[in-house]
Write a protein that binds this ligand. Sequence first.
Ligand code: PLP
Length: 416
Amino acid sequence: MYTVGQEEIDALAKVIQSGALFRYGVGSECDRFEQRYAKYLGARHFALAASGSNALVAAMIGLGLGPGDEVLIPAHTYMATATSVLTVGAIPVIVDIDESLTIDPAAIEAAIRPRTKAVVPVHMWGAACNMAAIMEIAARHNLLVIEDACQGVGGGYEGRKFGTIGHAGAFSFNYFKNMTCGEGGGLATSDDAVAERARCAIDPCHFYWHGRSDSQQPFAGNGARASELEGAMLNIQLDRIDGIISAMRAEKKRVLAGTASLHNLGLRAAPMHSADHDCAAHVMFTLPSADAANRFVQIFPSVIAGKTGRHTYTEWDQVLMGAGAAHPLMNPYLMPANAECRRTYSREMCARSLDILDRTVMVAMHPQHTAADIDDTIHNIGVAARRVFAGAAPEEGALRNLKPVDAQKFDMKVDA
Ligand SMILES: Cc1ncc(COP(=O)(O)O)c(C=O)c1O
């Protein structure tokens, strides 16, 4: 949660006082947010859901993915990217990331097999995937593209908003995201039929309220409806998002400029795609070794991407164990329709990703950081870099105003 204030409290109080918390029939906050956010994104449709996980599932159902399909996903993402593929009966195939911490287009190309139907580029930590390369590969191989923009709210790629470049895009509005209502999510698409099917996945009864189209047959979807509380809070958050993102972009620019000279020592900024358009939620550095990264974060509290627990495939227990559903007969790994899909994983399968993740240090930006905070960050990065790379002694440079990292958000497990 970056910025929440009295406006959100007032908007929530108004809905509670009205007693109209159910979205249908009142046509108010949720409808208004869906229209406004679709316009903000530049998409024809936006459908709210109860979470980003639900939004991913609805997007995949909307696009018709199911048993018999392989879906390529990156080795580094929140596990819901993988489990949502399983929820629709398809099989996630895990492929390498590159130093941008997003899916490597070359790894996508190398992983395509006859059963491969879709790819999920994840704009991880708000950084952009290489969408030009991904869309080109997808067009050549006839793949569907579902952007996981759960961590990318407010960001974009080369002037287009995340979530609108592929065939559908999913967003999360949970507590940790750029725009939040506690828990929530939704999906964007510009395809009318995909939107209609996705809305059925989010609420099997949705047509009851708006009428049923003749072109789309309803099916039994799982309920994941948003409430007016979610819509009300998001309408306020939408007014804030551009300010949040531009503050983080300005901070990122200053930190990168202020640490550029450390490149010669060995502190290299990670390569980014569309750096001027992404969310700028983090400045990332690619260090030469995991040992250097460990020493760096012990001096200047910051985050090693590979130590963020649930965000790397080695931590996705249910996927690694082949437990694709609660009931064995609904487990995609055991379905005859998936017999020709790749269904086994190992902890070593994406060793290159693990190496990159253990060498990548992330410094979190925040819209409320003051100029003095940013100066401290630049100073402290310099102190840590000089100690790690040039063997400077602690007395050669004191650290200033250190702040702890958000342990809950990053789930950090740093080697002692
Ligand atoms: C990359 C990514 N995908 C999917 C999700 C799922 O979103 P939610 O937590 O709203 O279900 C998240 C949320 O943490 C995420 O970071």
